[in-house]
Design a protein around this ligand. Structure first.
Ligand code: B12
Length: 492
């Protein structure tokens, strides 16, 4: 499609991200599909370059040559910033105007706007926050001008360099209240075959994503709410059911991930949505995220009736003291209760755990391990706390850093948070061992609960558990071990 107005890019190369490649649960980012949909609705020719299964940068160059886009737009999370900036330089060298958006550029537009390759800037403009409000107007201006300099003055919701090269952030657009008026994500622009194949080969099911409500009013100190704010904006539950019906007919996924920050914020909404899904025969087995303090027997039952197979819960820690330090607003008792409610309803639980949050001690980690043994989630994952800009956690970490060394933590790979902002007692190495230890405690607890395993597997798990127990106990007594090994990366 030569002469494409807007080429939208998902810059996540699975081949370059060992964590994502191992998980193999690829989702095409919904945000980009919303941007594509509004741009198309406004009459622009839109195409997509998806790095997910691409072989490398040469594929992107080929896409640039095929589409000859006037504007190239990147949707960026912190984990793919490097790749996005690398591809942005290629887009620029092909004469395109470069637009970036998504949570990371929203949180730190200056990092993108100041980034140079061979003395040339690679990003022209950042869309800050929810981009549906700004993209049509911005495209009109960009496509009407020869050069992207000096044309941004009156456009809200963007950041750019002014004629002096200074970064300017215009007033933000208000959060979109009329979200039911937005077009459906432009899923038809994506080639789903490699997604379907990868999912089915690894997991036996193909999963797609959708969003039913935007935002979360809770205030966890580490959560970056830079795009949706502390808002809660549910879509009309009937329209969500319509979208599910459409997805079912058009793409036939075996599973859906509802990416809302927290299901169950408004109880009546869940009931209305469950009714609509049943009425429209729109059931697709799904998983969603929630908070342990939001679930009750009604909500869990309605979710089950609407097709829910798994609920991911932000448990984070088995220590009330740590939960309070995170401003989590929930209790350890509620974690136990939520796990029991889900089990009784026949819904799997997936717990998100976090280690390394400031003030966490060895005693707290032991409480987390015990909580995993007692609640027995069907799955769980543990991340090492990472301070995202725009969060209270980030502010606290920044304040505790030695001033003036010009170095900040960086995040090259998902969950491989090599941060580890020299604030705590323990090193990344220690926390990585803790993560393995948690895993073996949990595995052992399941075996004791009666999960059938071979004799060999049982011996292996016991051996790994005792090795990890000894190791983490020893490391816990040697604070600082390995701390220097992680180091700091200069800011891009
Ligand atoms: C679903 C989800 C996932 C899924 C799927 C991601 C995907 N590819 O779809 C999975 C589980 C894989 C995942 C993984 C991770 N995630 Co995640 N995830 C989410 C979640 C819950 C929803 C994302 C979503 O679809 N939102 C709905 C869309 C409509 O919103 P949006 O993406 O923000 O898009 C809007 C704007 O940002 C903007 N926009 C977006 N793209 C573009 C592009 C252009 C050109 C423009 C102009 C505008 C624009 O306009 C969009 C429409 O309004 C968000 C939280 C949230 N509320 O958004 C976290 C979130 C995006 N994830 C986050 C994190 C930290 C991660 C992980 C690093 C976690 C980890 N430790 O492993 C990994 C990284 C994965 C990777 N390598 O890329 C952070 C991002 C922080 C950051 N600054 O980068 C978030 C914000 C959570 C949080 N509150 O802290 N995630």
């Amino acid at each position: 499609m030569p002469g494409t107005d807007l080429l939208l890019v998902n810059p996540l190369f699975l081949r370059d991200d060992p964590t994502e490649a191992k998980l193999m649960t690829p989702y095409f980012p919904l945000g980009l599909l919303y941007v594509a949909a509004v741009a198309r609705q406004a009459g622009y020719a839109v195409a997509i370059f998806d790095a997910m299964f691409a072989g490398g940068d040469a594929d992107f160059v080929e896409a640039l040559e095929r589409h000859e886009p006037r504007v190239v737009g990147f949707g960026v999370l912190a984990t793919v910033r490097r790749a996005a900036l690398r591809l942005a330089a290629l887009a620029k060298s092909h004469g395109a105007t470069v637009l970036v958006g998504g949570p990371d550029p929203t949180a730190r537009p200056d990092v993108y706007l100041r980034h140079q390759v061979d003395g040339h800037y690679v990003c022209d403009v950042v869309a800050v926050g929810e981009a549906e409000a700004v993209v049509p107007e911005l495209l009109a201006v960009l496509l009407a001008s020869e050069s992207p300099t000096g044309v941004f003055g009156g456009i809200p919701g963007i950041a750019y360099r002014d004629v002096h090269g200074d970064v300017v952030e215009n007033e933000r657009c208000a959060l979109i209240e009329a979200i039911d008026g937005l077009p459906l994500p432009a899923r038809d622009l994506v080639n789903w075959d490699p997604y379907r194949n990868a999912w089915r080969a690894r997991h036996g099911v193909f999963s797609m994503s959708l969003i039913a409500t935007r935002g979360c009013p809770f205030g966890c100190a580490w959560c970056q709410k830079i795009v949706f704010g502390r808002s809660f904006r549910p879509r009309d539950p009937v329209l969500v059911a319509d979208e599910m019906r459409h997805i079912k007919e058009a793409f036939a996924p075996d599973f859906v991930r509802i990416v809302d920050d927290a299901m169950g914020i408004r109880k009546a909404w869940v009931k209305a949505w469950r009714d609509a899904v049943l009425e429209k025969d729109a059931i697709i087995p799904f998983e969603c995220l929630s908070r342990v303090d939001l679930l009750d027997a009604d909500i869990v039952r309605w979710l089950k009736e609407a097709g829910c197979r798994r609920i991911a819960l932000g448990a984070e820690s088995g220590s009330q003291r740590v939960l309070d330090a995170m401003a989590k607003g929930s209790t350890v008792a509620q974690i136990h209760r939520a796990a029991t409610l889900c089990r009784q309803a026949g819904i799997e639980t997936y717990l998100y755990m976090m280690v390394g949050y400031p003030t966490e001690t060895w005693e707290d980690l032991k409480l987390s391990a015990a909580m995993l043994r007692e609640t027995l989630p069907d799955q769980f994952s543990t991340t090492i706390a990472y301070p995202l800009p725009g969060t209270a956690f980030h502010e606290a970490v920044k304040a505790s850093l030695p001033q003036g060394d010009g170095l900040v933590p960086d995040w090259d790979f998902t969950a491989e948070n090599r941060l580890l902002f020299g604030r705590g007692e323990y090193s990344t190495f220690f926390y990585r061992r803790v993560i393995r230890w948690f895993h073996h405690e949990w595995e052992d607890a399941w075996i004791r609960e009666g999960r059938p395993v071979s004799r060999l597997q049982w011996v292996k798990t016991r051996a790994a558990l005792w090795r990890d127990r000894v190791l983490v106990h020893l490391l816990a007594r040697m604070p600082g071990l390995g701390a220097k090994a992680t180091g700091w990366q200069p800011e891009l």
